[in-house]
Design a binder for this molecule. Structure first.
Ligand SMILES: Nc1nc2c(ncn2[C@@H]2O[C@H](COP(=O)(O)OP(=O)(O)OP(=O)(O)O)[C@@H](O)[C@H]2O)c(=O)[nH]1
Ligand SMILES: [Mg+2]
Length: 250
């Protein structure tokens, strides 16, 4: 307790989407940070550690932020540096665990949470969003959030949220489920989790319905192919008969 806590946040989001602003708002501080440019050839990560104090409690806050995310023309490998960083922290922790003489002062840098900033487009998730989240969801707790949500009307925001949720589900992306055993926020969290589960089951039903329709269509196609084959045979036979008739008349 005297040593305080450490908390490691990973912020993934496009340049200028509001990562620094949110972190400052969350921790009620003005953490020193430079704006990044849109011209990085690759995605990179900036790691900054701050010592904060709340009453008598020390907090060692590590903020890891992407730079140049979403700025490249080819975004295929954009998630790789993020994965590499997450894995490297697991590895460092494992190496420390394996040591015969472990240090009391070891700073565990494994990521506790990943805030994933979604562009407030109002349409749908970008392919890069899905690709990155799909690749890191088993390694970190992802909390997706709509960046600059105040720039979207309330009505559109609700629709956008539902769209995002269903896209996450249909792509099998796991997001963080808020704890329900906390008295103060348990009820809110459990209703949020229920909503997510409800959406999941609706999605599942839709998938089953679509699969049934697909099966029926395939059956119809097979029937059609059979009928077509019969027709073709009959047609060939008719042609042969006509030809024979003609030959006979000659
Ligand atoms: N309307 C609105 N503007 C915001 C919000 N959050 C941040 N901004 C503005 O967006 C601009 C960029 O915000 P930053 O927090 O610097 O964004 P960033 O993601 O840290 O940017 P880089 O570190 O340069 O990639 C600033 O002008 C902010 O004032 C928000 O929630 N709503
Ligand atoms: Mg920033």
């Amino acid at each position: 307790m005297r040593q305080g806590f450490s908390f490691n946040i990973l912020c993934v989001g496009e340049t200028g989407i509001g990562k620094s602003t949110l972190i400052n708002a969350l921790f009620n501080t003005n953490l020193k940070d430079n704006k990044s440019s849109h011209f990085y050839p690759n995605v990179g990560l900036i790691v900054q550690t701050y010592d904060l104090q709340e009453s008598n409690v020390q907090l060692k806050l590590t903020v890891v932020k992407t730079v140049g995310y979403g700025d490249q023309i080819n975004k295929e490998g954009s998630y790789q540096p993020i994965i590499d960083y997450i894995d490297a922290q697991f590895e460092a922790y494992l190496q420390e665990e394996l040591k015969i003489k472990r240090s009391f002062k070891y700073h565990d840098t494994r990521i506790h949470v990943c805030l994933y900033f979604i562009s407030p487009t109002g349409h749908s998730l970008k392919s890069l969003d899905l690709l990155t989240m799909k690749n890191i969801d088993r390694k970190v707790n992802i909390i997706p959030l709509i960046a600059k949500a105040d720039t979207v009307s309330k009505n559109d925001l609700q629709k956008f949220k539902s769209k995002i949720m269903s896209e996450l589900i249909s792509n099998g992306i796991q997001i963080y489920q808020f704890p329900t055993d906390d008295e103060t926020i348990g009820q809110t969290n459990s209703s949020m989790n229920d909503k997510f589960e409800h959406l999941k089951s609706i999605q599942q039903e839709e998938i089953m319905k679509l699969e049934e329709e697909k099966r029926q269509l395939e059956e119809e196609m097979t029937d059609f192919s059979k009928t077509k084959a019969v027709c073709e045979t009959l047609q060939t036979q008719a042609c042969t008969n006509i030809k024979k008739d003609k030959d006979r008349k000659k």
